[in-house]
Structure formats: C-alpha cells, structure tokens
Design a protein around this ligand. Structure first.
Ligand code: 5AD
Length: 342
C-alpha cells in the first residue's frame, strides 16, 4: 500500500468499505501476531520536562503542574506489581527530565532486571547518545520515541528544539535501532495543521522505518498549552482528531506493518471511554498498556485532560481487562512479547 492508497482510506467515509478495512486489519493481526494481547505495565516515573511541545500538558512552561519524580523504591514496587499481574514488560515513561541522570537510570534498569527479569521499555525522550548506550548495556530492551509528524514545518511549529540542538527524531530512531533496541514510534492524529496527505506519508513511513512498535492516538487539546488555548486557523484537508480517525490509522498501521506490536492506546480510550480499548483490539491492535503509576502521581501526569482510566486502580484494571480479553476471544500474552517474525 502506498501513501496515496493510505490517504484514500483516511478520507473514506463509506461505512461498508470501512468494515472491510477493520476486517482486513483484524485478519492480518490474527495471522501474524495471533490472539495474544501483550500487557505492558506503564510507570510514569517523572513529569518534569525541559521541552515546550505545543500540545503537551506537562511542557516546561506550564506552571500549573505539580512536578514529581518517583523514587526508585516506589518504581521497584510497581515492577513487583507487574510481575504479580502477569505482565511481561514494564514501560518507564517520563517527560524529558535531566534530573533522571544517566547513572540513576542505569542502576534502576539493572535493579528491575535483577529482581523481576521483566522486559524493560524506556520512553524518556531525546537523550544524549551516551545515555542510550549506557541504558542498553544495563539491560533496557526497547525504546519508544514518537516522531509525532513527518511534516517538517508542522513539527517545527509544535515541537521547538532544545536550545542549541537539532530536533531530528529520525536520526535518534536510527541510532536506537543500531544500538540493538526494539524501536517504537508513532504519531499524533489530528494535530491542528495536519492534512490527510501528510498523515498518509507518516503511516507509509512506519513500514520504511521497520518499526517494532507503533503507538498512535488522537490529539486531545490541553487548556494549558498553545494548541489547546488558541483556536487554530483552519487548514484545507485538516485531519480530524477523532476516535474514528484513530481507528483508521491503527488498522492501516497493522496493514503496513503486519508483525509490529501495536497498542490500543489510552488516548483512543479517552475519546471512546466505553468501547475504545476493545475496538482498538479488534481493528489491528495486539497490546494494552495498563497504568501502574501510583494514584497520587498518576493524576499529575496530565499530558492531556481526562486521561482515561485515571481513577482506576491496577486491580480494577486487571479484572476488567481479563474479562474484556476473554469476551473478544483473546488471551493475555505470556513472556516479554517481543516482536515476532524478525
Ligand atoms: N493529546 C494526545 N496525545 C498527546 N501526547 C502528548 N500530548 C498529547 C495530547 N495533548 C502524546 C505524544 C507523546 C506521547 C507520550 O503522548 O504523542 O509522544
């Protein structure tokens, strides 16, 4: 499928044709990665951030955020919880926080590995090469860094670089791959100024980058951000930031990258709280990332408002989730859930 075909699907409003897309994505998912749904325990370890992304609620200039860093002891408790719940992976996510020093993360990764043997995914932003090298050596398995959009002008508008640094996420993704990480990336859907053709190019790029993991979700305006505050001038062919559009992107991601691990994301479930997670799983997704962040921190990790499952405890998540998976004819995956077919 080329970018033009993808754009055609993104524009498609014909219900019957879309049913075909959902069925194809579900079939390809079943034939390649099977019925296992891999569960990744998400731990939001810090909401400090030096960046000024125009869409994100924890951007540095937002002074209304109470900032936190979880202690290593608390993180290890969360990792124990992941083991107890039968998850194969923990995902450590944070804003771009220089307070999380290279050595501290090294020790943390080693401690989690030693104690639990879980696969470890890091999602800590654009860090210096030496950090990526040291963390990989310490035992980190995967790294998530969304490129958000491949449209240069749009990217520059919403994602100012750190002073004195080039903001090229593609070179960081290549580096991560060369270091032996499984690499995940993805995009925001419906960023003001994003048109269908540019989103189609993004999706075609998923295949070109040979991504191991693909995370996508609708843009959700946050009132304490430039993109959430000021109504943007309409652009021709603007991609709507809707759950309907997110399902299309998810299904297309599955078709262009049949073997990738693709989560049914929280942002989709936020726009479609009743059925979002299940619908994602039946339209291409094979991963869920239940949130293990302790409640008192979780409410502070507000990258967008009303983040779904905000008030769910992990135990509630577990019962609901297992029932949901059974109902869908799926089952929780065992083991780390590495990318298949490589
Ligand atoms: N709406 C939706 N997703 C967002 N993210 C950040 N801010 C928002 C928002 N307002 C996503 C970005 C980032 C990921 C961790 O969260 O795509 O890469």
């Amino acid at each position: 499928m080329n970018a033009e075909d993808i754009a055609g699907w993104l524009r498609c409003e014909d219900r019957r044709k879309l049913e075909e897309l959902w069925e194809r994505a579900d079939r390809v998912r079943r034939d390649t990665v099977g019925d296992d749904v891999h569960l990744r325990g998400l731990i939001e370890i810090s909401n400090f951030c030096v960046r000024r992304c125009a869409y994100c609620g924890i951007r540095a200039p937002n002074t209304h955020v109470t900032r936190y860093r979880i202690t290593d002891v608390e993180i290890l408790d969360c990792a124990d919880k992941a083991v107890e719940l039968g998850y194969g992976t923990v995902v450590l996510q944070a804003g771009e926080d220089d307070g999380l020093t290279r050595d501290w993360v090294v020790e943390l990764v080693r401690a989690i590995k030693e104690r639990t043997g879980l696969a470890i995914t890091l999602s800590l932003g654009e860090r210096p090469t030496g950090d990526f090298v040291a963390w990989r050596k310490a035992g980190a398995d995967r790294y998530l860094l969304r490129f958000e959009t491949s449209d240069h002008d749009l990217y520059d508008r919403i994602h100012p670089p750190r002073p004195g640094q080039e903001g090229d996420r593609f070179s960081r993704l290549r580096l991560l791959r060369d270091l032996g990480y499984e690499v995940g990336s993805g995009v925001l859907i419906g960023i003001p100024g994003q048109n269908f053709d540019s989103l189609a190019v993004d999706i075609a790029l998923f295949a070109e980058l040979d991504l191991d993991m693909i995370g996508v979700g609708p843009f959700i305006p946050h009132p304490e951000t430039p993109l959430g505050r000021e109504p943007s001038p309409p652009v021709a062919d603007q991609v709507p930031a809707t759950d309907a559009m997110a399902y299309k992107v998810l299904a297309l991601a599955r078709l262009v990258c049949p073997e990738s691990n693709i989560p049914s994301t929280t942002a989709i479930a936020t726009l479609d709280p009743d059925g979002g997670r299940a619908t994602g799983l039946s339209r291409g997704a094979n991963v869920v990332m239940p949130n293990l962040t302790p409640d008192r921190y979780r409410v502070l990790y507000e990258i967008y408002p009303d983040k779904s499952v905000l008030s769910e405890t992990s135990d509630v998540c577990r019962t609901d989730l297992n029932a949901q998976l059974l109902e869908l004819g799926r089952r929780p995956g065992r083991g780390p859930g590495n990318r298949t077919g490589k």
